[in-house]
Design a protein around this ligand. Structure first.
Ligand code: ATP
Ligand code: MG
Length: 560
């Protein structure tokens, strides 16, 4: 068992069921997304849980599309969901669609009608709601509840043939209108809906409701543990009831287990809101690196390993909570610190001329690729008379605590030389143009020649060898910790961070960086982790996204 997951309550239930041999030795789970949007980090939690259980118990996990609402579902979403699950590192044992079971579900419904357990109801949606009652008042029976089996069969067939307009009739189960659980008050099983389905086309004009489709689909696939989020806790009696009505078909029905959904700080995970962000162009598509979608995290540069690690660490609970985004970044930093090679890149270039360095000469310094991983080796980085350093690493009139470059000061250029700033060159408007420095040839490789110390080591790039790059700096998409909680009529859209994206052109990066493949990640020394953009990076137009800075806010919060 995976160490973080083994202690959760779901594993305890499964252990109990295995002990009782409820399904023999079998453990079968499924991940059941509705293809009405891209997957987000909350889904990643569910994926890691379901596939993780299959892995830990040597069981199976299906990917099943819950495609029962053709009005909202599209093939593009199906494709993206499969891609995301695979990218996260999981392989489904079987790929299914709830629509594979439309015929069976239809047969089951007819069985219920024949047994007098379901009826066609002509109330409008509003009337159904009104008749349903509330938590404190019992419901009223529909006047159509007493229809004969023959009439119900006839009407249901005709619903299926498209004889009635959308919304005019539904098939309902005969539950209990006095039940304390509203879901049991004659739940709707089918509705009339004229829409072309992304897989079944125009074959159907009635579609099963979630509650009718879900449990039966689980049972058809032989799922043992049907894991879902807490909002379905109240649906469990109905889940069990439907399966009980099909008793001989499913002698050992699946067990539904609920857990708390993930909420992540400074973002929203509701599909409706994510769709709105995309459709109304608040972001640049589903995989915008600021989106909390799996494809967004991927393009941002997160690794699947870090997301799986995160899912394991947050664990599984019965109570909703808000997880700090900083924890996810912490998982990422731990992963990339071990794996990402170091490179030098200057985001806000300031030219430095080493006046006592021979013109036209180039030498190469051997730089360690990753101090955390010896096997990553070294690379040769060119050095010449003109360099770029970070604009922020120089101050003309430095305050006390500023240890980097200033007039008359000496610093180390990483792996190269000690340099001293001799002259500050400005243009006619008094704007800083470049610095003239001298170097100490004795400090070759960055070592102190005589024990004298410098207080700062700067990153740099040789001007003659530098490659121009576009670099995008990302910040959180929302300024508030929990933007989805809308109070006083203030929409989550009003809480968007206006500075969530800064695009820098003309950054100067060491030549090896243009050779990165899209999605390759590196650490720009002193600046953070960056990834070559999945879509736009090329050797001709190097384009990088900042995955995260090097400051670990989580370590601070957690006191580690
Ligand atoms: P919708 O708003 O469309 O119902 P959903 O977020 O429930 O969206 P589904 O496609 O139905 O999306 O979800 C697939 C699976 O992922 C479900 O089992 C669901 O419980 C789980 N899931 C969805 N959101 C989260 C979340 N934030 N945390 C954990 N699991 C989640
Ligand atoms: Mg759902």
């Amino acid at each position: 068992m995976a160490e973080n997951e083994s202690s959760n309550f779901i594993y305890k239930f499964i252990d109990e069921d295995l002990e009782a041999k409820r399904w023999g030795e079998r453990v079968a789970t499924r991940f059941p997304p509705e293809p009405n949007g891209y997957l987000h980090i909350g889904h990643a939690k569910s994926i890691c849980l379901n596939f993780g259980i299959a892995r830990d118990y040597k069981g199976s996990c299906n990917l099943r599309f819950d495609d029962t609402n053709p009005a909202k579902e599209e093939q593009e979403y199906v494709d993206s969901i499969m891609e995301d699950v695979l990218w996260l590192g999981f392989k489904w044992d079987n790929l299914y669609f709830a629509s594979d079971y439309f015929d069976k579900l239809h047969d089951f419904a007819i069985k219920l009608i024949r047994e007098g357990k379901a009826y066609v109801c002509d109330l409008t949606a509003d009337e159904i709601r009104e008749y349903r009652g509330t938590l404190t008042t019992p419901g009223k029976e529909s006047p159509y509840r007493g229809r004969s089996v023959e009439e119900n069969l006839d009407l249901f067939y005709r619903m299926g043939k498209g004889e009635f307009p959308d919304g005019s009739r539904v098939l309902r189960a005969k539950g209990d209108m006095a039940s304390g659980n509203l879901n049991m008050r004659d739940p709707v099983m089918y509705r009339v809906l004229t829409a072309t389905h992304h897989r079944t086309g125009d074959k159907w004009c009635i579609y099963p409701m979630y509650d009718w489709a879900h449990g039966q689909s689980d049972a058809i696939e032989g799922i043992t543990h049907s894991i879902c989020t807490l909002e379905f806790e109240d649906h469990r009696p109905l889940y069990d009831w439907f399966l009980a009505q099909l008793g001989e078909e499913f002698p050992t029905p699946p067990r539904q287990i609920e857990f708390a959904r993930l909420n992540l700080s400074h973002t929203v995970l509701s599909k409706r809101k994510l769709i709105e962000l995309v459709k109304d162009s608040y972001v640049d598509g589903w995989d915008d690196p600021r989106m909390p979608t799996i494809s967004g995290f991927r393009r941002r540069g997160f690794t699947p390993e870090s997301i799986r690690d995160f899912a394991g660490r947050i664990g599984v609970a019965k109570k909703d909570s808000l997880v700090d985004y900083a924890l996810l970044e912490h998982c990422l930093r731990e992963d990339l610190n071990k794996r990402a090679e170091r490179r030098m890149a200057v985001l806000h270039p300031l030219k430095v001329v080493i006046t006592n360095y021979p013109e036209g000469e180039t030498e190469h310094f051997e730089c360690v690729n990753n101090p955390e991983d010896e096997s990553a080796g070294t690379r040769m980085v060119p050095f010449s008379r003109e360099l770029y350093i970070e604009r922020d690493d120089f101050m003309e009139d430095p305050p006390k605590k500023f240890f980097r470059l200033g007039p008359g000061r000496e610093v180390r250029l990483r792996s190269a030389y000690f340099i001293t700033c001799e002259k500050v060159v400005k243009d006619a408007d008094g704007e800083l143009v470049e610095l003239h420095c001298t170097y100490d040839p004795e400090s070759r490789g960055g070592a102190s020649p005589d024990g004298r110390k410098v207080k700062a080591t700067l990153h740099w790039v040789s001007a003659a060898h530098a490659v121009d790059a576009t670099v995008r700096l990302y910040d959180r998409l929302f300024t508030e910790e929990n933007p989805g909680v809308e109070k006083d009529g203030i929409s989550y859209l009003d809480k968007m961070n206006p500075d969530s994206l800064t695009e820098l052109e003309g950054c100067k990066v060491e030549p090896s960086l243009s050779k990165l493949s899209p999605e390759e990640r590196v650490q720009f020394e002193r600046l953070g982790y960056f990834v070559a953009d999945r879509r736009e990076h090329s050797a001709e137009k190097p384009t990088f996204n900042r995955v995260t800075t090097l400051r670990d806010a989580w370590a601070k919060i957690s006191g580690k």
